[in-house]
Structures are given as structure tokens and as C-alpha cells.
Design a protein around this ligand. Structure first.
Ligand code: AMP
Length: 275
């Protein structure tokens, strides 16, 4: 595996591989790898001739009061994971490589980026869309792999790729969960044991919502009942939305930690708990 820290090193690492005619698959990440990231790497490895993983904690997608400074970082551990998953190139650039001096162009996605996460985190998807567009330009992947854990991100990026006619296919992969149902997230590392118990209300709420939907009842109301019965869980939203498919999405805070979850209501998310 090649570790590329600059745009020049990335170009050098990809030049030869590009010349061989193999498709490139890109997995954009912010690091602190867990089994959710590994599943994306494996999906890319199964299909692509060349797998590039980017590791960049993108400052422009964090709000001023968010956790940029304390976001978990473990580059050595991440490099070992990527190597074990057969990744060809780990691109771990500095901020100046992604946003060089004079950088001043932004991808500003529309209405879909203003609801749910976009309403709670103004500018978040502008940062996401801009960094992903730049990564697509640098790596020029045939496909880019994303997790449905961030279902709105998938939907926003599909719209950006469609609207700007970017020559990349967005591949969406299922949510990977711990045995207790909690969706894996780098932010779960922030949770104390008791906070983690509280956090389990989120997957339980998704499960209740899915069950209600299947029974012909209101999934939002059913999910709300579960979350409202867990007072330390501070709900940001529980809503239905078309996120690349009919989706029940929820988010909230447990102590200082912000968590999100979602479930597809079209039957493609069986085995929500205990996966
Ligand atoms: P992050 O490093 O949190 O920006 O995530 C990088 C990629 O991994 C994104 O496409 C996420 O949606 C995906 N991802 C994160 N957690 C999970 C999970 N539990 N299951 C599936 N994909 C995930």
C-alpha cells in the first residue's frame, strides 16, 4: 500500500495504475476506522482494480461549535487497517493539499441539503459536496463508495453527481451495526457506558418505526415514543424523507455526542438490530 500525503504523491501513485487501464474505486473517509469503513473498503476491493481510500477530517463540513478539534484521529491504526483490507493507496492529505492557498470555489447543493442534517448543521453539505467533488477530480474514480449510515449524504452526492454531470458512480452500502444495534460511528468512542445505553434508543426507535410502517401505522410517531421515553436523549429530528429511497431518519444528542441513524422503509433494511 502506498501512503500519499500530498496531491503530487497521489498523482505519482495513480499514474502507473491509471495507465494499466484498471478502474479506480474511491472510499472517502475521515478516519478512525471501524467495521463500517472496512465494509466499504471490502466492497471496493471486490469490484475495483485499484482501491483508493482518502483519510481527511474535512474542516469545511464542521460548524463552529462542532467537534472538529476533538474528532478521533489514529492515522497509524488506520494505515494498518487499510493495508490489511488490501487498499492500494491511502491518501491522507493535509488541509493545504485539499484547500490550497487561493482556493475559492464551492459546491452548494440545493433543497435536499437544507433539511434534516442540513437544517441542524448549516453549511455541512456544502463542505461535504465540495470536498467530495475535489476528491473526485484528484482521483478520477469510476465509482465512489459511501455508507447508508449517512443516507442524506448519499442522496445529496447523487444529486451533485447528476446535476454537475460528474463522471463517477455513487455506490451506497448498508449500515454496519454493533451486536446491540447501534450503528458504528467514529463518534461512538466519545460515549461513556451509560451514554451508550441511552444511545441505544436510536436504533430501537428505528426498529419501532420500521415495525409500525409494516403494520400500516405511523413510523415517525412510533419512533418518537421510544426516543421520548429516554429523556437524556435530546432529539434533533425524526422525519420521513426520500433519501435515495423512502427513509425514516433521526438524530439527536447524548451528552456532548451527536448521533444519527436511519432505516429504509422499502424492505431493504431487514435485520436492523443485532447485525
Ligand atoms: P466517516 O469517516 O464517518 O466520514 O465515514 C466514511 C464513510 O463510511 C461514509 O460513507 C459513511 O457513511 C461510512 N460509514 C460510517 N459509519 C458506517 C456504518 N456504521 N455503516 C456503513 N457505513 C458507514
Amino acid at each position: 500500500m502506498i501512503l500519499a500525503r500530498t496531491v503530487e504523491e497521489l498523482r505519482a501513485a495513480l499514474a502507473e495504475r491509471r495507465a494499466s487501464g484498471h478502474d479506480i474505486g474511491l472510499v472517502p473517509t475521515m478516519g478512525a476506522f471501524h467495521a463500517g469503513h472496512r465494509a466499504l473498503m471490502q466492497a471496493a476491493r471486490d469490484r475495483e482494480g485499484v482501491v483508493v481510500v482518502s483519510l481527511f477530517v474535512n474542516p469545511t463540513q464542521f460548524g463552529p461549535s462542532e467537534d472538529l478539534a476533538r474528532y478521533p484521529r489514529d492515522e497509524d491504526g488506520d494505515a494498518a487497517v487499510a493495508r490489511a483490507e488490501g487498499v492500494d493507496v491511502l491518501f491522507a492529505p493535509g488541509v493545504d493539499d485539499v484547500y490550497p492557498p487561493g482556493f475559492d470555489s464551492w459546491v452548494d447543493p440545493g433543497a435536499l441539503a437544507t433539511v434534516l442534517e442540513g437544517a441542524v448543521r448549516p453549511g455541512h453539505f456544502r463542505g461535504v459536496a465540495t470536498v467530495c467533488t475535489r476528491l473526485f477530480g484528484l482521483v478520477r474514480p469510476a465509482r465512489a463508495y459511501f455508507g447508508r449510515k449517512d443516507a442524506q449524504q448519499v442522496a445529496v452526492l447523487k444529486q451533485v453527481v447528476r446535476d454537475l454531470a460528474l463522471p463517477v458512480e455513487i455506490v451506497a452500502r448498508p449500515i454496519v451495526r454493533d451486536a446491540d444495534g447501534l450503528a458504528l460511528s467514529s463518534r461512538n468512542a466519545y460515549l461513556s457506558r451509560t451514554e451508550r445505553e441511552t444511545a441505544l434508543a436510536l436504533p430501537r426507535a428505528m426498529q419501532a418505526g420500521l415495525a409500525a410502517h409494516r403494520a400500516g401505522a405511523n413510523p415517525v410517531a412510533a419512533a418518537r415514543v421510544v426516543l421520548d421515553a429516554t429523556p437524556p436523549f435530546a432529539v434533533d429530528y425524526v422525519e420521513l424523507a426520500d433519501l435515495d429511497g423512502p427513509t425514516l431518519a433521526a438524530a439527536g444528542r447524548v451528552g456532548e455526542t451527536r448521533l444519527i441513524d436511519n432505516v429504509r422503509l422499502d424492505g431493504s433494511d431487514d435485520g436492523l438490530i443485532g447485525g
